[in-house]
Write a protein that binds this ligand. Structure first.
Ligand code: GLP
Length: 260
C-alpha cells in the first residue's frame, strides 16, 4: 500500500494522472467511480483534461460503487444522477457506458447479481476511485461487512445517515435507510485501488485503514490485502498516521518516472 501525503490539488492531479495513463494505454479501460465529496477535484481535473487536452472516455466504461435504494429516478441525490452531473456529462462517455446498481429495481437481489455479472463481463475494473466514511466504510460497506462480500443490499448506519444528511437539506428523515453496494470482495477485484481522503474528520479512519488490524469493524482495512492500493491524503487526514514521516520521505524520494 502506498500512502501519499500532499495538498488536495496535488492528490487530485495524481489520481487523474493514473486514470489518464490507463486510458491512453488502453482506451477501453474500465473505471470505477465513487460519489461523495472526496473525488470531486479529480472529476474537475478529468473534465479539464477532456476539454483542454483531448483526454477521451469515448471507448471507456465505468461502474459506480453504490446507490441508494428507493430514491426517485430524477432525485438529485440519486448517485446515478450525481455521477452524471459531476463527471459523466462533462466528458465523452458513450451512452450507457456508465452503470450503477439499480436501487429502483423490483427485485433488488437480482439487481445485485446482475451488477456483479456486468462488472465481470466488462473484464473487471481497472482503476477504482474510492473515498472513505468517517466510520471506515468504503462504498457503503458499513462496519461489520463481510470482508468477502459481493454486491448486496445494506442498511446504512446512523453515523453514515447523519454524515450524508447535508446532501438532503440536513433532514435526516430524507436520507434513505438502505442502499445497494459493491461488496468488499467486489472492490478488491479491481486492479488498482485509489482512495482519497481529506480533512481531520477522516484522520482516524485513515489511520485504521493504513495501520490498523484488518477487521470488518473498519471495512477499508481490507485494502491492506490488495497488491496495488494507493492512499492519497492531505495533512489533516494524515494527522493520526504513526508512520507519516516515513510516507513523506518515501514520496519525496520517489523517482519522477514512477507513477502510482
Ligand atoms: C458516502 C459514499 C462513499 C464515500 C463516503 C465518503 O456515503 N457511499 O462512497 O466514499 O461516503 O464521502 P465523502 O467523500 O463525501 O466524505
Amino acid at each position: 500500500m502506498e500512502v501519499v501525503i500532499a495538498p488536495a490539488e496535488e492528490l487530485a492531479r495524481l489520481a487523474a494522472d493514473t486514470i489518464e495513463e490507463r486510458l491512453r494505454a488502453r482506451p477501453e479501460s474500465v473505471l470505477g467511480l465513487a460519489t461523495g465529496s472526496s473525488p470531486l477535484k479529480v472529476y474537475d481535473e478529468l473534465a479539464r483534461r477532456h476539454a483542454e487536452e483531448g483526454l477521451s472516455f469515448a471507448r471507456a466504461r465505468a461502474f459506480m460503487l453504490d446507490e441508494y435504494v428507493g430514491l426517485a429516478a430524477d432525485h438529485p441525490e440519486r448517485y446515478r444522477n450525481v455521477i452524471e452531473k459531476e463527471i459523466a456529462s462533462r466528458v465523452d462517455f458513450a451512452p450507457d457506458a456508465v452503470r450503477g446498481p439499480d436501487g429502483l429495481a423490483d427485485d433488488l437481489v437480482a439487481a445485485c447479481a446482475d451488477y456483479e455479472a456486468a462488472i465481470a463481463d466488462a473484464g473487471g475494473v481497472d482503476v477504482q476511485i474510492l473515498g472513505i466514511g468517517t466510520d471506515g466504510h468504503i462504498a457503503f460497506n458499513e462496519p461489520g461487512s463481510s470482508l468477502a462480500s459481493r454486491t448486496r443490499i445494506k442498511t446504512l448506519t446512523a453515523q453514515t445517515r447523519e454524515d450524508n444528511a447535508r446532501f438532503f437539506g440536513d433532514d435526516l428523515d430524507q436520507v434513505p435507510q438502505h442502499c445497494l453496494t459493491q461488496g468488499l470482495a467486489t472492490i478488491m477485484s479491481a486492479k488498482h485501488l485509489v482512495l482519497l481522503a481529506t480533512g481531520k474528520g477522516k484522520a482516524e479512519a485513515v489511520h485504521q485503514l493504513v495501520e490498523g488490524p484488518i477487521s470488518a469493524m473498519w471495512p477499508g482495512t481490507i485494502m491492506q490485502m490488495h497488491p496495488h492500493a494507493t492512499v492519497l491524503v492531505d495533512d489533516a487526514a494524515a494527522s493520526r498516521l504513526q508512520l507519516a514521516d516515513y510516507y513523506r520521505q518515501t514520496y519525496r524520494s520517489k523517482p519522477d518516472w514512477q507513477g502510482l
